[in-house]
Design a binder for this molecule. Sequence first.
Ligand SMILES: Nc1ncnc2c1ncn2[C@@H]1O[C@H](COP(=O)(O)OP(=O)(O)OP(=O)(O)O)[C@@H](O)[C@H]1O
Ligand SMILES: [Mg+2]
Length: 578
Amino acid sequence: MTRNSANSTNLNSSANSANSTNSTNKNHKIKPAPRPAPRPASRFASKPDTTSSTSSTSRSSSSHSSPNSSSNSVNKSSLNNHIRSAPKPNSKEFDVKIEQVDSYKLTVNNIVVEITITKSEDKPIPLYSINIANISPTTKIILEKIRQEFVSKMNLKDLEQFETAVEPENIKKEFTKEIYDLIRKYFPGTDEKTENMLANYLLEENLGLGKIDILLKDAQLEEIVVNNHKEPVQIYHRKYGWLETNILIPSESRIRHFATMIGRNVGKEITNLNPLMDAHLSSGDRVNATLNPVSSKGNTITIRKFAEDPWTITKFIKSKTISVEVAAFIWLAIQNELSILIAGGTGSGKTSMLNVVSNFFPPNQRIISIEDTRELVLPSNLHWVPMETRLPNPEGKGGIEMLDLLVNSLRMRPDRIIVGEIRRKEEAQVLLEAMHTGHSVYATIHANTADEVITRLTNPPIDLPKPMISSLSLILVQNRNRRTGNRRTLQVAELTAEGDPRIVYRYNAQKDIIEKLLESKSVIERLELYTGMNKKEIEFDLQQKTTILKWFVRHNLEDINALGLKFSQYYTGKLKLG
Ligand SMILES: Nc1ncnc2c1ncn2[C@@H]1O[C@H](COP(=O)(O)OP(=O)(O)OP(=O)(O)O)[C@@H](O)[C@H]1O
Ligand SMILES: [Mg+2]
């Protein structure tokens, strides 16, 4: 921390704003045709410097900001997220060894963002630094000035009034027009592309999620976590695990504002009376928010990023998450309408696996999915009705629970029912009843092994009678290796008539392969019973499925919709492997 704060430069030009509140300085009024600072303005006003600002140049931005410390200066308070400059590898200044682990670039709305990941001797976790590369520090100072003029012009005490607006879209249109007018005033003669880029930057900073929006665009990130305004935003990187970022959200009310904005877009509310919220972004990313004092260190936001391209069976086989043999076995079970539970620990990949197994659904069946927050993406050619639960309003009205949807779905003539996660007794009961009455059901449950699934289902609070469980055919357990971080299918277990799990496939962590432990008995018996196929025919079918899956892998058929078409060709007897 010492190193960073000593070295810290605020690219938003409000140098001392890390602890600032988000109120706007009312005294601050920009006079007609202002120029932020005599020299930079004349040099940069008509032509925004959109070339570069590396960490070393951004360091110099504090000196740029000094001429602005007059009454006409850039307001110290800022609504924006704050970013600190990236540390330099092997910085001698502080005698701490800093090693650059990775660096890459992202382009977000024409804004070029440099990402650097550095490891510092004195820090337990690496630092993920974002640096806007194609907007120079001076341009940023002018943009901050534009932002302030905009705030005073729109007569807003605080942009957070946007939060309570009845028609935010209309206000956004008005804001957008005003921002373009101001950009033209400060940067006359700018080409359209740069103008759009600067406008997007300002809109994102003011009306969007600011720097969090940049994190959302990094496909390498799985999770984005805001713990409070005093600690930097943390992220979970696919390759490097947990990292600290150089982003600070300036105030608790700003975090709350983000949560409110996210919730409002999907009809969910977060209030003092209702301080917990599950919601999702329009991109599908899942969001949980909590308010202080329930979260005692501050308001929190946790974003589980949606895999940009949903996981598919081809990707799972390629990444060694599942073997071709196991995938063919699951496909055969799903084709013949056997029910499956997918288990695993937190973040082990249960929902991703649920998404993957739904690749195998035939196109002529009605599929109903029920989730708290929509995460699943099925091929577009399937007959799919996604449904979502809803929290009650502050008066306790209008809530729709998973159980309501489950009961309702049974009246919608479903062939397949997918349930995001089973947590409560009533849900498990209805789910197993649905299986008993001939529906094929797919759901996830939090448990680390097949045995644990049965223990959870047959003990309080779920407490189902064991014989009831035998209508379930398979349990598939996903696991994330705590050492390597790899996600793999740990166990595939079939259920005996008594409701006991019998492990057919098991992951061997030493060899990193999934091994067959036993020949399947009950699944084969069920297939024989329901389909009339004999063992030889089942064997032949499995081989054929293995060949097809290998062909998908060889031909990189990873896209969910492309695969959907292939499966549909398979089910209608038209699949040709060229
Ligand atoms: N096989 C895999 N290989 C690599 N990454 C994966 C794999 N499966 C899932 N992931 C990633 O892991 C993260 C967690 O996945 P997912 O949401 O499916 O887990 P989960 O077990 O359902 O989590 P939760 O317990 O929070 O519901 C996601 O970012 C997802 O993209
Ligand atoms: Mg999940």
